[in-house]
Design a protein around this ligand. Structure first.
Ligand SMILES: [Zn+2]
Length: 311
């Protein structure tokens, strides 16, 4: 049960709530990553896939959306995974992690800088393929929500032909391939692959090519989203803003394909709600947090689908 050697702290605003938040990551002897909403009480909120309450707002939320919960945990979870830490208590005084610069770099640097103690995390070996389609996720939602998403998709030109697939790998690594297809020219079709095999080299690859990739959104949607309680903390310092023509961005990008590289961060973070190192191939075609969550639920719904190897 690797945990963080000493406590580290982050502060900033939540990207959706816009609220200021302070978060302290502390060592723990208990397996798993748990949030504690210090503004609400002492209860622990598990950062596991089976405690994911809400993914419709384009982020991953753990806990009860109507009570104690923590939103947008994915970038932080990706950093914890890459730092090799599967056990910690995260005290947080608000409903959402700080967005920082919209990427995972600050989370990763601070957490890995604090050091790790207590061995290696368990491995979860995918034995049988598991598949989730966007249509499946959509159909599992309540009618009113479906109507809202249908409207948002209409605005953004999203379709429901995406899928997320977990398959067995011959290598001892997590191999992620992400594809984005957008009608906005600046994104268009983008694909990026990344493999994590537990070596320093694969961590360096993450730091160099993925960790800095920021979240993105359409500037023209901000007003609508803000009205509906989303993106209230979004600004040019934490989101790549696409212009209304869809052929450029209002702020500079680090790479032309920064968008799809960010999708890799989201996928790593979401896969880590499994609480282990998944050995397998994750193919994400126009994937989403909701599909990532459902694919884990399917994987763990049948013991024949996976093996757990304790390190
Ligand atoms: Zn993200």
């Amino acid at each position: 049960m690797p945990t963080i050697k000493k406590s580290v702290e982050f502060s900033g605003v939540g990207i959706h709530s816009g609220l200021p938040v302070r978060m302290v990551v502390k060592p723990s002897k208990r397996h798993g990553i748990f949030f504690r909403r210090v503004d609400l009480g002492k209860n622990l909120i598990s950062a596991k896939f089976d405690n994911v309450g809400d993914t419709k707002m384009r982020n991953t939320t753990v806990g009860d959306i109507n009570a104690a919960h923590v939103k947008t945990i994915e970038h932080f979870m990706a950093a914890m995974f890459m730092a090799g830490i599967d056990s910690a208590i995260v005290e947080i005084d608000g409903p959402e992690t700080p967005i920082l610069d919209g990427s995972a770099i600050e989370f990763y640097k601070t957490i890995s800088g604090a050091g790790v103690t207590g061995g290696k995390m368990k491995r979860i070996v995918v034995r049988r393929p598991v598949y989730v389609s966007a249509r499946e996720v959509f159909q599992s939602l309540p009618f009113m929500l479906r109507a809202k998403i249908w409207f948002m998709n209409l605005l953004s030109g999203c379709t429901t032909d995406g899928f997320v697939k977990l398959t067995p790998s011959e290598k001892k690594s997590l191999n992620i391939s992400a594809t984005l297809v957008y009608r906005e020219k600046i994104i268009g079709y983008q694909n990026f692959s990344y493999s994590y095999d537990g070596t320093k080299k694969s961590v360096q690859d993450f730091v160099k090519n993925i960790a800095r990739a920021r979240t993105f959104g359409k500037y023209s949607e901000w007003e609508y989203l803000k009205k509906h309680g989303m993106a209230r903390g979004a600004n040019e310092n934490n989101v790549i803003a696409l212009n209304s023509n869809g052929d450029g961005t209002l702020n500079k990008t680090f790479w032309p394909d920064e968008f799809v590289r960010h999708k890799i961060i989201d996928a790593i973070g979401d896969m880590f709600t499994s609480s282990g190192f998944i050995i397998g191939n994750l193919e994400s075609y126009k994937g989403s947090h909701a599909m990532n969550n459902m694919v884990l639920k399917k994987l763990f719904s049948n013991p024949d689908n996976y093996d757990i190897i304790d390190a």
